[in-house]
Design a protein around this ligand. Structure first.
Ligand SMILES: *Cc1c(COP(=O)(O)O)cnc(C)c1O
Length: 411
């Protein structure tokens, strides 16, 4: 998030909407999207925002208005895209476990492409499409077996991962698909991981997939697009970043004279730095000389630190003086009964109960991964747009958490 809002303004927003609170900046999301669009220039392309990074309807709507397409991984995400006014003709559908009913719904909706991840999925899709008498546009997700050099949980392009189809099998599978009456071969895709900070794994994956595309062309199977997934990292700490323009330029250069539309699926790099989590310090405590700040946000609100050991910057919005003399090394922890429930460890901060802290760069995989663990309602979400702060998701009430439960009360 750009530092357009000062701490006083942010504190006022926190007071108005209460904490924990996710706050997003529309202008930053738009700028991030434009960086990709600009990188393509006139080159034929489709930007498919990866919905799973942040699937709030207002954010999807904002992107749909800018002309964005969407990368979805579930029927639920497709329904969100439609509810937000997204164009189904710009939707690509990824994921290793699409069920029959998911395929039926997506086929009837008329999406741009099914990114197929297994032989079983090829057969199921052809079967369902034949039953519905609809031609299914398809791409094979290739697992190029490249090391994305990121956290193992978000590395997806190694052969031992569950994702995609091995290079060695893909050629024959394309030949098989070419004979299947209800499949329309559109393209090829890969997605090698998330929070990538080096461009070389992409170069490697592009070389491998383009060579395969050439082999297929020689065999009479012409692909229309290449989809190089998402995965560009953002700056949480001091990471070096891949410039979207360089990334796209690399792909365009490698594609060269081939006639291939380029598809990308960025998620984190569109919304990550456009959001923050604001939380209030409930109390401070000391155990064996270690200082803890217990805050009202927890791992159920933001699981990245617990799940990936991710480092996210934490600032005190209420500490306007920044008095270094009062600074101590704090673990910023939530109220959940898990030792893994922390937002940050060993942070030099001056703070006291009642202060508002912000966790920076929490726009991606923040709220989207939130849960109700410990019967905690999920946080409210607010979007800053044209100088106004608007509620885009109401804080969950505790009552709503057990609304769907059927209590068979013991007499
Ligand atoms: C998660 C995912 C993305 C987005 O990754 P980011 O790192 O958020 O850019 C794109 N494509 C697929 C298939 C994904 O699973």
């Amino acid at each position: 998030m750009k530092d357009t809002m000062n701490n006083v303004e942010l504190t006022q927003i926190a007071q108005t909407f209460q904490t924990p609170l996710y706050l997003y900046d529309a202008a930053q999301i738009e700028a991030n999207y434009r960086a990709y669009a600009k990188g393509f220039g006139d080159y034929p392309h489709l930007i498919c925002y990866a919905v799973k990074a942040n699937s709030n309807l207002s954010i999807l709507q904002l992107l749909a208005k800018m002309g964005s397409g969407f990368d979805i991984v579930s029927q639920g995400e497709l329904k969100r895209v439609l509810a937000a006014g997204g164009d189904p003709k710009k939707v690509v559908y990824s994921g290793v476990g699409k069920r029959r009913e998911d395929l039926i719904f997506a086929l009837k909706t008329g999406i741009a492409c099914f990114n197929i991840e297994s032989i079983a999925e090829i057969h199921l899709l052809n079967e369902v499409a034949t039953e519905l008498n609809i031609k299914a546009p398809v791409s094979l997700r290739i697992n190029p077996n490249v090391d994305a050099k990121t956290h193992p949980y978000i590395s997806t392009g190694l052969k031992e991962n569950k994702f995609g189809i091995r290079m060695e099998e893909a050629f024959e599978l394309y030949q098989m698909m070419a004979t299947m009456p209800s499949l329309m071969i559109e393209g090829m895709d890969f997605h090698i991981g998330s929070q990538l900070t080096e461009i070389s794994p992409y170069a490697e994956a592009l070389d491998l997939t383009l060579a395969l595309i050439d082999r297929l062309a020689d065999a009479g199977i012409t692909l229309k697009h290449l989809d190089m997934g998402g995965g560009l990292g953002i700056q949480y700490e001091d990471e070096t970043l891949i410039d979207p323009a360089d990334w796209i330029a690399l792909a365009i250069e490698k594609i060269g004279a081939r006639s291939l539309k380029l598809v990308i699926e960025p998620g984190r790099s569109i919304v990550g730095n456009a959001g923050m989590l604001i939380t209030e310090v409930i109390l401070t405590k000391e155990n064996e000389g270690k200082h803890f700040a217990v805050v009202d946000a927890a791992m159920n609100d933001l699981i990245r630190p617990a799940l990936y050991d991710a480092w996210m910057e934490i600032r005190n919005l209420s500490d306007t003086v920044q008095n270094t003399a009062d600074m101590k090394s704090y673990d910023i922890v939530g109220p959940i009964c898990e030792t893994g429930d922390f937002l940050g460890k060993n942070r030099m901060l001056a703070l006291k109960a009642g202060d508002y802290l912000m966790v920076k760069d929490a726009g991606a995989y923040g709220f989207a991964m939130a849960s109700n663990y410990n019967s905690r309602g999920r946080a409210a979400e607010v979007l800053l747009q044209d100088g106004k702060a608007r509620l885009i998701r109401t804080r969950e009430t505790e009552e709503s958490l057990f609304e769907l439960e059927v209590a068979h009360l013991v007499k």
